[in-house]
Structure formats: C-alpha cells, structure tokens
Design a protein around this ligand. Structure first.
Ligand SMILES: Nc1ncnc2c1ncn2[C@@H]1O[C@H](COP(=O)(O)OP(=O)(O)OP(=O)(O)O)[C@@H](O)[C@H]1O
Ligand SMILES: [Mg+2]
Length: 640
C-alpha cells in the first residue's frame, strides 16, 4: 500500500504554479497586483518575446527588507492577511502568499528590493535570485526604493506548458490588454509598458477614469460610450430571526463605468471588463446583468463593450473563490445584479444615442474588441499580418452590416496602416484611421421631434431635415420600434388590441410548434390571439393582434411558436414576452418598398420621437442615421 506523504515544498509550489501561472500575462498580473498593493505610484513593465523569455516589473512602492524579501518567496508567506477574520473582508489584491513562490518555481526569478517612503532615502537593498524554485543567492545591493522583479525563461522546467503557449503576438496581446485595463482602474498610477522595440503604453497619472480612458483608448471611444454612475443603498435584508441586517445602509454599492452605445457591435463578450473594488474579475452574474441592460437594444449574437467599476464593502464580496482570484461571489447577488442592469439600462435610455454617419463607419470597425488592442508582435513587421488578419476576420461576420455611405470626406486608413503608425499606443480597433476626424457633436435627441420629412429613397428610407443635419430613417424598423413600445405598454395594462376574423383561420403546425402552442396558450391570449387546437396538428385562429394583415397572421403565429423552442434554452418569461412583442411589431410594421404620403412620414417620425429607445429596432438594428451639419460642411470643404 503506498504511504501518504507531505509533498516537498518544491513540488507543492510547482503544482500551485499550474493554477496561478497559466501564461506570461498571469505573471504580469501577479507582479502588477503586488506593485499596486505595495502602494506604487509608478509601474514599469518590460517584456521580451511576448513575456516568454523575460518580464520585468519595477515599482516605487514600499519595498522590502532582506528578511521579508526572502520570506516573500516562501509559500503562504504574505504581509496582507493577518487572521481568519481578515479573510472575509479582503482589501488587497493579493492575500494568499502564493504568487511569488509559484512563479519562482517555474522560472528564473530575480527580486531586487529596497524599503522606502516617497521622498525619503531608500533603506538597505537586497537582491535574491531563484532558479526553478531553488535559491541561488542573496546579496546586499544599492538600489532605489521600491521593488523590481525579473522573471526569465518562464516554464523553464515545464516543457509541456511552454509548448502550449501561443505566438509571441498573442501572448503580448494578452499582456497589453491586461496592463491597459489595470491602467484604466488606477488612473492615479503611472503605467509604462515596453518591449525592446517599442513603448506600448505610456500613461502618466491623470485625474480620473474618463481621462484615463481617453488617454489609453482614445477620445473617440469615449464618444461611443455613455457614462453611468450610481450609489445604491443596500436593500434591507432580513437577518436569521427576521431582524434587519445591522450593516444595512452603512455603505452602499457604488458603481461607475462606460457602456457602448447600441450601435457599437462586438462579436463576443471579450470587450466587457469588470472591476470589483478595483480588482479585474470575470463574473457571469454581472455579465448577465449587462446583457439584460442591452436586451432588445442589440441584435442577437452581438455584444456591447462595457467597463464596469463596482465598489462595495469588502465584507460583501468573497474574493477567495478562485485560484487565480478572477472570480468572486457576492453576498447579495440579486441586488447587485439588478442595480447594475438598471443603472446601465437607464444610462443608455437617457443618452438616447443616435448613430451619425461617422459612427456608423466606426461601428464597422468596432468588430474587434473595443477595449482591447488586437495583439501585435514586435518587431512590428512580424506582428502586422497577424493583427491585420485577425482584425479582418472579426470584421467580416458582423451580422448587421452597418450601411456605409460614400458621403464621408476623410479617407479611412486600413487597420494595418494604423498598426504601423509610429508611437502606437494601445488603442481600439475602431480608432484606426479615424483619429483625424473629430467626432461630430452628439446629436440632440430632441432634434428628432423637429424632423421634417423630405421624401423617400427607394420607397424604403425616409430622408428628413433637422436643425442639426440630414437624417435617414429606415421606415420599417422605425415603425417596428413604435409598435413594439406601444404593444409592450398595452400588454402591461392588459389592453392589447385584437381583431376578430370573419372566418376562423386553420393553421397546420409541425409537432414542435403544436407542443409549443399548448405551452404558450396564455401568452398568446395576452398578445391578442384567440386560438384553439383543432385536431392534433392544427389550430383554429379566431382573433389575432390588431394591425396584422390577414395574409400575415399564419406566419406570425408560426414565428411566435418558435419562441417556445428558445424558451427551452432558458429564456425567461419576460424575454419570451418581449420576443412575442417584437415579432408582432415586425409583422405589423410598414414594410420597405412602400410609398408613404408626406403626412404618413410626418406621423411616423413624430411617433418615433416619442419612443423611449428610438435609435434601435427591437431586434437591435439601427433605425436612424444622421449626417451632421459639420460633416456636410466638411464634405463641401467649407470647414476643415
Ligand atoms: N512589489 C512588491 N513590493 C513590496 N512587497 C511585495 C512586492 N511583491 C511582493 N511583496 C511582498 O511579498 C509577499 C508575497 O507576495 P505574493 O504575491 O507571493 O503573495 P500575496 O500578494 O500576499 O498574495 P497572492 O498570492 O494572492 O498574490 C506580499 O505579501 C508582499 O508582502
Ligand atoms: Mg501577490
């Protein structure tokens, strides 16, 4: 029988490293977090070969004395957690005492550190070298106050892991993304990231998050986002005996951030970044809250870009639930979820953003992550094809191809050209080539009410003049939005209008839909249908929602029944209702290729102006495009 033994430290460290150190970016994350915990005001990162051969992180934080420096490389050695109680309210980014020994066990690590306070002379410096977990030497050294950690030959003793590393460009891309986002969370800290070939990020301290966003990701991006901010009081929570929670009301849930306007479309969730008490985390609950905020504003299968900062009492969130500290658990999940959803939704609604022509052009390019810079390699020439290809690949499958109108005056640089630009700092894909064009002033939402229709193009798009520019309105989706909101309001009041058919309409249903017909009976009735099963695979419709042409009724019902299939995939009842409403609105709306009288156009624009979200149809497609006066003047070369 094999005997049970405690693993030697070296093996234990290597196992821990498997969890802590996945790739070079994980090392950067741990080093950066340590520097931030040490109170650094300046963090300088140098990486070579995508971090695979060398990562150096230098900070001007509190530094360490010789004994602490040695201890820091031992497992479970930390200065950040004193007792068990502290574990339930963690205020620092690190707390396990795992990172340094884990990294040191799979690389060549050099730690140089000297204690010191800002402005005061540095204390005695120490240099420690560890090779694959073995202490090589410790020496005194004259060093500036702060800490510098150099990690070379990552995974020197784990060839399998090394093989799994991606290309230099990809690994560097991960590092850039990470550093950029930590920079966003700590605007008061000076971040610097460079490779032997170029500086990738140089971000001196700035006043706040908005300034930092502008500094590292570009002003244009700011224009594509709405800002949200809220401080929510904790909802009272009954204690075990029904008594109210003593902490309630002490400190609320602070949230702040940026959310992309609905016309910005991302192909995946990678453009959402969530910080909880300034810790970058992945959180499915909050991802869901964000998706709910955009519900019906974005087409299926596309995602927004969101930067969310949540601040809450340390005791309200457990950060000790994941080996790499990237997941958390909230004490009051539902409250946090709903607050985030409602705050973001309100901000989107209040801003009522409308795409102008340049924004449409940008929307095309934003198929790459909004907050991330596509990975590039250095030397630059090596990275270009990869970056450009990636950009292109992501761009192509965008579901709604935003219209691109040849009115634009400014030439657009290709993404590749933007990558080659000198002094390139991390910026967004959509920033490429459009920097020269100052974003047009935000269209005033109230301008919508003042639009004067001039005519139609191809009997499909209404051309309208407004005080601030020229507008194009997709007549079908505009009417869809109007009907959708009207229907939702009627549904709430249980006052959906219905039309009785002269003769019952008998509809054949396939087995899936026949089953769905039974399940959705109540919802169908609430939506204005009066229908009953008629044999095993047919139903008879006696009444249908008002406004639907007779020949459309059958297709409408068939489409709605499809919803039940989706419901099996976990749609909430509310979502099912919304889908039914959107389907009905779509069928009842004015079609394209339909001539409209001027009075009808006026009526449509006026109704649209009254809606809550006039800029997108219930399926998320844009309703309006605007060509501002400035853009017109610029196109005619009246201004520059
Ligand atoms: N840049 C630094 N400046 C000052 N002290 C540091 C620095 N990096 C590490 N330390 C010290 O070394 C200790 C060990 O660091 P390590 O990252 O291994 O653990 P931790 O940060 O406490 O927890 P975690 O494993 O969760 O990151 C820290 O608690 C801190 O006291
Ligand atoms: Mg740490």
């Amino acid at each position: 029988m094999p005997s049970v033994r405690i693993l030697p430290d070296q093996i234990a460290n290597k196992i821990a490293a498997g969890e802590v150190v996945e790739r070079p970016a994980s090392v950067v994350k741990e080093l950066m977090e340590n520097a931030l915990d040490a109170g650094a005001r300046r963090i300088r990162l140098e990486v070579a070969d995508g971090g695979r051969s060398r990562i150096r992180c230098t900070d001007d934080g509190c530094g360490m004395l010789r004994d602490d420096a040695l201890l820091a490389l031992e497992r479970h050695a930390t200065s950040k957690l004193r007792d068990l109680e502290a574990l339930s309210a963690i205020a620092t980014l690190g707390f396990r005492g795992e990172a340094l020994p884990a990294i040191a066990s799979v690389s060549h690590l050099e730690l140089e550190t000297a204690p010191g306070q800002p402005g005061a002379a540095a204390g005695p410096g120490t240099r420690v070298r560890v090779h694959a977990g073995k202490l090589l030497d410790v020496a005194e050294a004259g060093l500036p106050a702060g800490t510098s950690i150099t990690v070379s030959n990552l995974f020197v003793n784990i060839p399998a892991r090394k093989k799994f590393l991606k290309s230099e460009a990809t690994e560097l891309g991960h590092i850039v993304t990470l550093v950029t986002h930590y920079a966003l969370a700590y605007p008061e800290v000076h971040f610097h990231l460079e490779t032997p070939h170029r500086v990738l990020l140089a971000a001196p301290p700035v006043a706040g998050h908005a300034e930092r966003l502008q500094q590292v990701l570009g002003e244009e991006l700011l224009g594509q986002c709405v800002t949200f901010q809220d401080m929510a009081e904790w909802a009272p929570e009954p204690g075990p005996e029904g008594a109210l929670d003593a902490e309630v009301g002490e400190t609320g849930l602070g949230l702040f951030g940026f959310a992309s306007r609905p016309e910005v479309h991302k192909l995946n969730r990678n453009s959402t970044f969530i910080f909880i008490n300034r810790r970058l985390v992945r959180d499915r609950l909050l991802q869901h809250a964000i998706s709910s905020a955009y519900y019906n504003l974005l087409p299926n299968g596309v995602f927004p870009a969101v930067l969310l900062f949540l601040d809450l009492p340390y005791g309200e969130v457990d950060v000790n639930v994941h080996p790499s500290k990237t997941e958390v658990r909230f004490r009051r999940q539902a409250f946090v979820h709903d607050t985030v959803r409602d705050t973001v939704r309100e901000a989107l609604s209040a801003a009522r953003p409308m795409p102008s022509f340049p924004q449409e052009r940008r929307a095309r390019a934003t198929a790459s992550p909004l907050w991330t810079r596509p990975p590039s390699a250095d030397p630059p020439s090596a990275g270009l094809p990869a970056a450009a290809t990636e950009f292109h690949l992501r761009e192509a499958p965008l579901p709604p191809q935003p219209q691109r109108l040849p009115l634009a005056a400014a030439p657009e640089r290709t993404p590749a050209a933007a990558f080659a630009a000198p002094g390139f700092v991390p910026e967004t894909g959509q920033g490429c080539g459009l920097r020269e064009v100052p974003p047009a002033a935000d269209p005033d939402a109230d301008e919508l009410a003042l639009l004067r229709p001039l005519g139609q193009i191809r009997d499909s798009f209404i051309v309208a003049a407004g005080p601030g520019g020229l507008w194009l309105v997709d007549q079908h989706v505009a009417h869809e939005r109007v009907l959708f909101e009207q229907f939702q309001a009627q549904r709430l009041r249980h006052a959906v209008e219905s039309q009785r058919l002269l003769m019952p309409l008998v509809v054949e249903l396939d087995p899936g839909r026949a089953a769905a017909f039974g399940e959705l009976a109540t919802e169908l009735a609430a939506a204005g249908f009066e229908a009953e099963p008629f044999g095993r695979s047919t139903c008879a419709i006696h009444a249908a929602p008002a406004g639907i042409a007779a020949e459309q009724i059958e297709r409408l019902l068939q489409e709605i029944l499809q919803v039940a299939v989706l419901q099996e995939r976990g749609l909430t009842l509310e979502a099912v209702r919304t889908r039914i409403a959107a389907t009905i609105a779509c069928h009842a709306a004015i079609k394209i290729n339909m001539r409209l009288e001027p009075a009808k156009m006026e009526w449509l624009l006026a109704r649209l102006a009254e809606t809550q979200y006039p800029m997108t149809c219930p399926h998320g497609r844009p309703v309006l495009l605007r060509y501002s006066i400035e853009e017109i003047q610029r196109a005619f070369k009246r201004i520059h």
